[in-house]
Structures are given as structure tokens and as C-alpha cells.
Design a binder for this molecule. Structure first.
Ligand SMILES: [Zn+2]
Ligand SMILES: [Zn+2]
Length: 256
């Protein structure tokens, strides 16, 4: 399984983009920076897009991707939990904000939305996909994606502390988890459904206790202005827990 980090942040500037991951060129998770990262051919290769929740930094590119695919002769299936799809359909993917590509073209529309049930595994484009609830301000799921040859990654999406139930349901070989702020703002992070390094440390300790191991960890969704602090604090956490924690960057490729 080849995982490419298209966007690793919660907001953007010239060299930093909002969060998106791409697995083996065909399965994308979250849509903060798909169109700005990929050629039209790259966009057309994506068959399915998994959305963790409806916040802007995770869905921003869906309308633009749909327009690009419509003009370029492609189509895409978008998957998420019903609560997120309802909000997207009502406020974002409608004919008021942009063309409604759920109805265009009339036969075989460019965009289709499919609801997933939390904690129910499905097969999408040959991958096992397990949506698992995490702890955020709105209903949010992380995704464990497992390839045909048994390689698996779990990406949390946005989450705050309290992942014990989630950890009981996943056993990934790679964990991609959000770390939005540095420890100076850990109180704010926890209250707003995000993590800081000290909070991540508690969650990783909980994972290890429940599952008996710690996979390599990749941090995403960093606030760009806090990234240097976050990276230094994560290095200390990695040393204390004797595990690998990598701060993701745009364009990073990870093989598992
Ligand atoms: Zn969010
Ligand atoms: Zn976010």
C-alpha cells in the first residue's frame, strides 16, 4: 500500500495544504487539497473518496473535483456517515453554491454520495474500509483501510482525546492521527475536539495498553504557525514512548 500525503495541515498557505490522503492513487480520504495536488489524470484515477466529517478543511475540494471530472469525463463516489452527507447535500453540494453534480449529467452523474454505517466494515474498490467514530465536535469517523494483501492504515480524521473505544476496533500497521496544536494550547485543543502532543501521548499509551503494540505514527492536521513547536514536542513524546512519530509534509509518500 502506497500512501501519499496531499495535504497535512488544517489551513493553507503557499507550501502547506489542507488535509487529504491518497492511497494507491485510487482511494482518497478527505478533500482539503485534491485538485491543487493532482493532474487531471491523477484526479480521474481516484475512484472513491472517504470523508471523515463535514468541516471545510476536509471537504473543500469536492465541488471543484466534481467540475474537473465532469469536464474531463470522469466520475467519483463519495462515502461518509449519513450525518456528514446530509450537511454536505444541504449546504455545499447543491445548485446554490455550485453545479449539483449529483444530478449532472442526468444519466451517470459525476458525483454520487453513499452513506456508511459506523463500525460496519465494507469493501470499496477492493479495500476493506472500516469507519470508526472518534471524538470531535460533530459526528466524525476515522477510517481503517485494509488492502487485499492485508496491509492496513488507520487515519483518525479530526479527533480530541477519548479514543479508547476506537482503539478497541482497529489494529493498523500505520496510524495517521491529527495533532492540531502545540502543548501551549492543549486546553483549547482538547475542548475543541483536537489533539496536542501531550494529549496524543495519553492516547498512544491507551492504544498500547489495549492492543499490546504501537504502530509507526504519522501526525497530520498541524496548524502551520505552530508546526515547529508541535514537531519538537512530538519528538519528545516519541522518545518517551519509544515509538516512531513522523510529522507529515505535503508530498510525503509512505509504503506499508
Ligand atoms: Zn473538524
Ligand atoms: Zn480539520
Amino acid at each position: 500500500m502506497e500512501i501519499r500525503v496531499l495535504g497535512a495541515h488544517n489551513c493553507e498557505r503557499q507550501s502547506q495544504k489542507m488535509v487529504s490522503l491518497l492511497i494507491d492513487d485510487v482511494l482518497a480520504i478527505d478533500a482539503g487539497s485534491i485538485t491543487s495536488s493532482l493532474s487531471l489524470e491523477g484526479q480521474k484515477k481516484i475512484k472513491a473518496l472517504l470523508i471523515t466529517h463535514q468541516h471545510y478543511d476536509h471537504v473543500r475540494d469536492i465541488p471543484g473535483l466534481a467540475m474537473s471530472l465532469f469536464l474531463g469525463g470522469g466520475a467519483i463516489r463519495v462515502y461518509s456517515i449519513q450525518a456528514a452527507l446530509d450537511v454536505l447535500a444541504k449546504h455545499f453540494l447543491n445548485s446554490e453554491i455550485h453545479t449539483d453534480f449529483r444530478r449532472k449529467p442526468e444519466t451517470n452523474p459525476t458525483l454520487s454520495l453513499t452513506a456508511l454505517e459506523p463500525n460496519k466494515a465494507v469493501t470499496i474498490e477492493g479495500y476493506g474500509v472500516l469507519p470508526v467514530p472518534v471524538s470531535h465536535g460533530v459526528p466524525t469517523v476515522g477510517y481503517q483501510v485494509t488492502s487485499g494483501d492485508g496491509k492496513s492504515v488507520f487515519y483518525t480524521g479530526d479527533t480530541g482525546p477519548g479514543l479508547e473505544e476506537c482503539w478497541r476496533r482497529v489494529k493498523p500497521q500505520l496510524l495517521i492521527i491529527e495533532v492540531t496544536s502545540s502543548d501551549r494550547f492543549a486546553g483549547w485543543a482538547g475542548e475543541s475536539g483536537h489533539l496536542a502532543p501531550s494529549l496524543l501521548k495519553q492516547e498512544l499509551a491507551s492504544f498500547q495498553k489495549l492492543n499490546g503494540y504501537l504502530p509507526p505514527v504519522v501526525a497530520v492536521h498541524m496548524s502551520p504557525n505552530l508546526e515547529a513547536e508541535i514537531a519538537a514536542e512530538l519528538a519528545a513524546v516519541a522518545e518517551e514512548l519509544e515509538c516512531s512519530i513522523t510529522v507529515a509534509k505535503e508530498g510525503m509518500e509512505i509504503s506499508i
